[in-house]
Design a protein. Structure first.
Length: 177
């Protein structure tokens, strides 16, 4: 049993290390983030999988709590909206072999090439933090990554945790001087 857990952990670490995760954040300059003490999760654009929504809500709550914010069911200083979308990236893979002397034009022998087109499922997550009293957006985070169709529930939870931590690793933002 321990070997199985160790193998699962090794695969998860490898999957995270090979991640294609892209994260981008933005915030409203001049915002005093120290005034925000609580947050409330609000309905945004839900994913097609309600289990994934619940999984990420837990990861998001943990990430924000680790930054000193407390989750409340209603009336938080920040309203947190999550928006999920699925898409596809196209990857062209070209394989070739052979050839010498510069190709047919110059009297040499040309090689063969094959190009395949692969569609890769991707997911994009947008998180908006809105000042609940002013009703203005103060922070936005966007994460995009490949979606695994074969991950276990444990691997999916680890991925959700990693995405939430990565999105909020520089929260609250510090203005550059």
């Amino acid at each position: 049993m321990k070997l199985s857990r160790l193998a699962t952990l090794a695969l998860a670490v490898t999957a995270v290390a090979c991640s294609t995760l892209e994260v981008n954040t933005d915030y409203a300059p001049g915002t005093d983030f120290s005034k925000y003490k609580t947050f409330t999760l609000k309905a945004g654009t839900a994913p097609k999988n309600p289990i994934a929504a619940e999984r990420f809500a837990q990861s998001l709550g943990n990430a924000l709590s680790a930054r000193g914010l407390r989750q409340v069911p209603d009336g938080g200083d920040l309203s947190v909206f999550t928006h999920f979308s699925l898409g596809k990236d196209v990857q062209l893979n070209t394989y070739g072999y052979g050839g010498w002397g510069g190709g047919w034009r110059y009297g040499g022998m040309g090689g063969m090439q094959t190009t395949t087109v692969q569609e890769i499922p991707t997911g994009t997550l947008v998180i908006d933090l809105v000042d609940a009293s002013a009703k203005t957006a103060v922070w936005r985070g966007i994460a995009k990554d490949q979606v695994s169709t074969s991950a276990t529930p444990e691997e999916r939870q680890q991925k959700a945790d990693m995405v939430a931590q990565k999105l909020f690793e520089n929260y609250p933002p510090q203005a550059k001087k």
